[in-house]
Ligand binder design. Structure first.
Ligand code: NAD
Length: 474
């Protein structure tokens, strides 16, 4: 059994309860981690609260220097970390390296942005007064993360929290806690003050204990919309700041004048990356009539060429899904869609947790596969009547994370970027797209409370203070 990390020490959990970490590749038990309870959470939050003042009083340059030490650890141990991600999450090794590379590069951004947390000098309405604003940390931050990007997703929030001066209690996903130990080791070997970073492994209840703890002032949650909404309610009752990044049903619109090959490439890449288990993966394809048949043929052809297999084989494009629960939802949605008249053109078979990438045409926009997150390598194609209908279908969703449009027409490109209700819209690119310096987050049921990514992330993790100095008569 592994241990927890609290107040600068590796410590046993309050109980002997453990969680087996199971390989999605072959079902073997990789390791066992503590199932932290409310006592462990309280202990970690106390340690973080006690470290709060020291972390806040450090200069942003000192905090940035610590983040650089953490990044050096990731660089020095990159191979081991990438292999750990593939082993416990199941993504192909080259995708795990994408993740480590992204974290190493973006961590430098967070360190740099942390020293540029500028305030404003505000013109005073009175004589002999000097008014300005500063940005200050909230206090103890809970970082609660999902399994699909076990390094990148918590990594960004932890970097942003520390850069901004918020001590962290980290609760990783129960499916992928082993990568979290690498993150923890990186902070443990740095000069961060004891208590400013703590790891409590556990399940949903452990996360809920953190959310309920009165001393947690900031919650950075990434995960499902259902859990995010619950967390939002509990946090609202005690006015804790909440940054919620949740599910998506992202569309790619393909218009009559699109480059069909480029669109098909983007769609298949967006649907199958990480076995489709990506919040901004391609979850819907919406076509106008003139391009529909050619696009479906091109998507099917590319999907057939995908190699499903062991994440550690060089020619593997898609590895296993994370769990039976997640796979079963996709299988059910596909069966339901077929019963409702959709045409399964390729894929859909399972072998253990391996799911053969599937393409469905003639999908009814009112079925679950067109409305609810699937989180699998499945591409449902919906035929729109025309461009306006395509935009209407795209917006007829409770989600609004990212979206894309393929067109050669400048007017449609700008119009779609303007009208589509999503946190990011990309033209002639996949919707499964992110850039280090662009904000990342969703509209509607996909996100609330701010944005991830560089300075936007730091803004969401700081509060604004107004200061006025009267240097005249008083
Ligand atoms: P999940 O919501 O089941 O779990 C996420 C985390 O929350 C886990 O650590 C879990 O233990 C914890 N948790 C569960 N119940 C809790 C509770 N009541 N209180 C506090 N914490 C609780 O999600 P998942 O299955 O791990 O991840 C998949 C989901 O994450 C998908 O919906 C996906 O779209 C979303 N996601 C979103 C983004 C984004 O940036 N928008 C990124 C990655 C994943």
């Amino acid at each position: 059994m592994r241990t927890l990390y609290i107040d600068g020490e590796w410590v046993d959990a309050h109980t002997d309860d453990g969680i087996d970490v199971v390989s999605p590749i072959d079902g073997s038990v990789l390791d066992t981690v503590p199932d932290g309870d409310a006592t462990d959470v309280a202990r970690a939050v106390r340690a973080a609260r006690d470290a709060r003042q020291e972390l806040k009083e450090m200069t942003p340059f000192e905090r940035a220097a610590i983040l650089e030490e953490v990044t050096e650890y990731f660089e020095a141990n990159e191979d081991e970390i990438a292999e750990c991600i593939s082993r416990e999450e199941g993504k192909p090794l080259h995708e795990s390296y994408d993740e480590t590379e992204y974290v190493i590069a973006s961590s430098e951004d967070y360190a740099h942005d942390g020293i540029r947390l500028f305030g404003d000098v505000v013109p005073s309405e009175h004589r002999d007064r000097f008014a300005y604003t500063t940005r200050e940390p909230y206090g103890v931050a809970a970082v609660i993360s999902p399994w699909n990007f076990p390094l990148e997703v918590p990594g960004g929030s932890i970097y942003a929290a520390i850069a901004a001066g918020n001590p962290v209690v980290f609760k990783p996903a129960e499916e992928t806690p082993l990568t979290a130990y690498h993150i923890t080791k990186a902070f443990a070997q740095s000069s961060l003050p004891d208590g400013a970073f703590n790891l409590v492994t556990g399940q949903g209840e452990t996360g809920a204990s953190l959310v309920e703890n009165e001393d947690v002032r900031l919650i950075a949650f990434t995960g499902s919309t259902e859990v995010g909404r619950e967390i939002g309610k509990v946090a609202a009752e005690r006015n804790a700041q909440c940054l919620l990044e949740m599910g998506g049903k992202d569309p790619i619109l393909v218009l009559d004048d699109a480059d069909v090959d480029a669109a098909a490439e983007a769609i298949v890449g967006g649907s199958t990356f990480n076995a489709g288990q990506v919040c901004c993966g391609t979850e819907r394809v919406i076509t106008t009539p003139g391009v529909h048949d050619a696009l479906v043929d091109a998507v099917v052809e590319r999907t057939k060429a995908i190699t499903l297999g062991d994440p550690f084989d060089d020619d593997t494009d898609v590895g296993p899904m994370i769990s039976e629960r997640i796979q079963a939802k996709a299988v059910e949605q596909v069966s339901e869609a077929i019963a409702d008249g959709a045409d399964l053109l390729v894929g859909g078979d399972t072998d253990g947790l391996f799911y053969e990438p599937a393409v469905l045409a003639d999908v009814d926009p009112d079925t679950a596969i067109a409305r609810e997150e699937t989180f699998a390598p499945v591409t449902p194609v919906i035929a729109a009547d025309d461009y306006d209908d395509a935009v209407r279908i795209a917006n007829d969703s409770r989600y609004g994370l990212q979206a894309a449009v393929f067109t050669q027409d400048l007017e449609h490109a700008h119009d779609a970027a303007n009208r589509i209700e999503a946190g990011g819209v990309f033209v002639n690119e996949t919707d499964n797209y992110w850039e280090r310096l662009l904000p990342f987050g969703g509209y509607k049921d996909s996100g609330a409370g701010g944005r991830y990514g560089s300075k936007w992330h730091l803004e969401a993790m700081t509060q604004t203070k107004a200061v006025m100095l009267n240097y005249g008569d008083y």
